[in-house]
Design a protein around this ligand. Structure first.
Ligand code: G3P
Ligand code: MG
Length: 255
């Protein structure tokens, strides 16, 4: 059954860090999110060719670095040699693609919680879940509340659930990420042992929000940069929103 009682999420979560003010999925982005007052951040995790876990949203590095090509075909050292900030602005030229371990150490220093989104490259759904959960098991500080682990990938979440079951009492809470509104959302969430459902704001209706809350799940919504939209969603019972502008939402809505 739902473990959501054990997990509390803040209302405002920095999306990919604070993606409107600093390059996404970088340590500089997490520092910016903290400076804006966020208490949690979301980021995207995937595997390198040599099976290191790094932060990157796309399958390819072209949009967010000065390199080209598929992350799944590049080594960790090749990926970390890239400039992951200049595309965003010249002031960010020193930003690098961080590993998950570097990220967790940074969040520990900043006293930030997080939602780790497993974002597998095509065909790597299971191994990416194994990599992310293994690494979290190694580096997550025991004194810190657990991170929420989510994915759009059913296969990744199923693998995460299997790993959780092998670690009684120490499993990571799982979130089901949805792009549309599947008729069997409740069955999916139950099969995966999810504690939360993460919906796209354009797909969510008030009735669906009510049903998700009545079923006992935390309800998180992405990506919400508009204050009025955020107000409406919270009025519907939404627990948290992912936003590129955590400072703006915190100033208007509070914690
Ligand atoms: O986890 C919420 C949100 O990040 C999902 O969409 O494409 O920004 O990873 P995306
Ligand atoms: Mg994401």
């Amino acid at each position: 059954q739902s473990q959501q009682a054990a997990l509390s999420v803040p209302r405002v979560i920095g999306h990919r860090g604070a993606a409107q003010a600093a390059p996404e999925n970088t340590l500089e982005g997490f520092i910016e999110a903290k400076a804006q007052g966020a208490s949690w951040v979301e980021f995207d995790a995937k595997l390198t060719a040599d099976n290191a876990v790094i932060l990157l949203h796309d399958d390819i590095v072209d949009r967010t670095t000065n390199g080209m090509g598929f992350a799944a075909q590049m080594s960790l050292s090749a990926l970390q040699a890239l400039d992951a900030g200049s595309w965003f602005g010249p002031a960010w030229a020193n930003s690098r693609i961080p590993t998950l371990a570097e990220t967790i150490a940074c969040l520990e220093r900043l006293e930030l919680g997080c939602n780790v989104e497993i974002k597998p490259c095509p065909g790597r759904d299971r191994e990416t879940a194994v990599g992310v959960l293994d690494e979290l098991g190694r580096v997550w500080p025991t004194a810190k509340p657990l991170p929420l682990v989510s994915s759009f990938s059913y296969e990744s979440l199923l693998e995460a659930r299997r790993i959780n079951e092998a670690r009684p009492g120490a499993g990571f809470p799982l979130g089901l990420l949805l792009e549309d509104a599947p008729a069997d959302w409740l069955g999916l969430a139950q099969e995966l042992g999810a504690v939360s459902i993460h919906c796209w704001h354009e797909a969510l209706t008030q009735d669906w929000a009510r049903a998700i809350k009545q079923a006992g799940y935390l309800l998180l919504v992405y990506t919400v940069n508009d204050v009025n939209l955020a107000r409406q969603l919270f009025a519907w019972g939404v627990d948290a929103v992912f936003t590129d502008v955590p400072g703006r939402l915190l100033a208007e809505i509070g914690r």
